[in-house]
Design a protein around this ligand. Structure first.
Ligand SMILES: NC(=O)C1=CN([C@@H]2O[C@H](COP(=O)(O)OP(=O)(O)OC[C@H]3O[C@@H](n4cnc5c(N)ncnc54)[C@H](OP(=O)(O)O)[C@@H]3O)[C@@H](O)[C@H]2O)C=CC1
Ligand SMILES: Nc1nc2c(c(=O)[nH]1)N=C([C@H](O)[C@@H](O)CO)CN2
Length: 242
């Protein structure tokens, strides 16, 4: 069955991998991006519907929502992937840092979920029992439960994002399942040096750079489930046991 899947932040890394995967599986992908990389051209050639949307701009989010409501009568899955991993020492004031983190990771998903929930419900009501409910997936972070000395505002916003998983799961049942995915070491960044990599890998009892497929496979499972909602799934190499 072809799903219509909205993914935020498809320009690179996990979001780009998710978009490519679901396009290859024959689904219709609506992707949002901020920076127009070559990857956006690639996704367009693969059939994705792509929308520039800076999630710090509520008006841009309203435009995205209006477009989706005008052109679609159903949504099967929303994946809130877009994120800014902003350290506390970043040149902005503390209030601007926290406001930015809460806007991108909490306010934007909140605005999108409330506005597009009717499309998710509409899809679920047309699905036969083998497909079941629609899905919202919030990609949070291991630090939502642990905190972070260097990314306090980021971690707090990801914890708030998970709290919204609880609220939206209660609000939208039984037509929409809402779950969090809390990753740890999925992909290094290009600027990560060897010393950083050794330190980061040592934090887990399964010391590895997990890779995109850990997230893809879990999202496939969550979409296939008929009985999982309001939960967080850790993808973190057993960091809590170190
Ligand atoms: N990579 C990892 O190991 C881990 C990842 N995660 C989470 O997984 C998800 C994906 O991670 P990853 O692929 O590494 O993320 P990246 O930081 O590499 O990319 C995130 C995406 O979000 C977009 N984005 C950032 N700020 C904004 C904004 N203001 N408006 C719109 N889009 C924006 C980026 O666009 P642009 O390119 O324009 O900046 C980019 O496409 C995130 O939610 C992240 O927090 C959690 C733990 C570990
Ligand atoms: N938006 C992002 N969030 C996070 C990233 C990232 O690259 N972009 N990376 C991490 C780290 O991998 C961390 O989990 C391990 O050092 C966390 N969040």
């Amino acid at each position: 069955m072809e799903r219509t899947i909205l993914i935020t932040g498809v320009g690179k890394r996990i979001g780009y991998a998710l978009a490519k995967y679901y396009l290859a599986q024959g689904h219709h992908v609506i992707g949002t991006y901020r920076t127009h990389y070559d990857s956006i051209e690639q996704l367009g050639k693969l059939g994705a519907s792509l929308h520039s949307c800076d999630l710090t701009d509520p008006a841009a989010i309203d435009e995205l929502i209006a477009h989706i409501n005008e052109h679609y009568d159903r949504l099967d899955t929303i994946i809130h992937n877009a994120s800014d991993w902003l350290p506390d020492t970043n040149g902005l004031s503390p209030s601007d840092t926290m406001a930015r983190m809460m806007q991108i990771h909490v306010s934007a998903p909140y605005q999108i979920n409330l506005a597009l929930a009717p499309l998710l419900v509409a899809a679920a009501k047309t699905n036969d029992d083998s497909i079941g409910a629609s899905n919202i997936i919030h990609i949070t972070d291991y630090v939502a439960e642990k905190g972070s000395k260097k990314h306090i505002a980021y971690a707090a916003s990801k914890a708030a994002l998970h709290n919204m998983t609880l609220s939206f799961a209660s609000l939208l049942a039984p037509h929409v399942k809402v779950n969090s995915i809390a990753p740890a070491m999925i992909l290094f960044n290009e600027h990560d040096d060897d010393a950083y990599k050794v330190k980061a890998l040592a934090k887990a009892i399964l010391p590895r750079e997990a890779g995109n497929n850990e997230i893809i496979n879990l999202i496939d499972y969550l979409q296939s489930s008929h009985y999982v909602t309001g939960r967080s799934y850790a993808v973190d190499g057993g960091r809590h046991l170190k």
